[in-house]
Design a protein. Structure first.
Length: 174
């Protein structure tokens, strides 16, 4: 038996436990019914349900932002591609997975090699800073690849910050 403050009260009978809960004007909640002896806690049941519901909704919200998708065209201009790749880098820095999709329209499906070349160009832009979670594959009229931030390689920005923070004092003139 555990009281509202989390203190262990010891082993009590069911009636004694219910009496203690009534004294505190709280509810008696069975926490571990399969334990020997079963564990019960004196707590406000409405508060417990509220907190559990809050955890569930937080879990649902956090799980939805895991994968970001960026659409490309097989005939995308170089500058537009650069902007998309910059946006991809931002998503990767935030810890998201990124799905790069090349959408084919009409007769563009006759030349899937343009989409393959575009994805290879994008992957070459990132080099060893990323890992392919899934190889490029067709999903209907879209050619997609999923990438994540590489775990083994440090970012160049992180290395620059380290170098800049370790300023040597050898440049003093005197």
């Amino acid at each position: 038996m555990i009281d509202a403050e989390g203190n262990l009260l010891g082993i009590l009978t069911k009636q004694e436990a219910m009496d203690k809960a009534k004294e505190a004007e709280l509810d008696l909640v069975e926490i571990a019914p399969n334990a020997d002896p079963p564990v019960a806690k004196i707590i406000d049941f409405k508060k417990l349900r509220y907190e559990e519901g809050k955890k569930d909704t937080a879990g649902k919200r956090g799980g939805g932002g895991d994968l970001k998708e960026l659409w490309l065209s097989p005939r995308i201009a170089d500058h537009d591609l650069e902007i998309r790749l910059r946006r991809t880098e931002e998503f990767l820095k935030e810890g998201h997975k990124v799905k790069l999709s090349v959408k084919f329209k009409g007769r563009e499906m006759a030349h899937p090699e343009f989409g393959q070349a575009l994805l290879q160009k994008a992957l070459a832009h990132f080099g060893d800073r990323i890992e392919e979670e899934r190889e490029p594959k067709f999903e209907g009229r879209k050619l997609s690849v999923i990438i994540t931030k590489s775990k083994g390689v440090k970012n160049a920005e992180d290395e620059n910050k380290q170098v800049n923070s370790e300023t040597p004092e050898t440049n003093q003139q005197g």
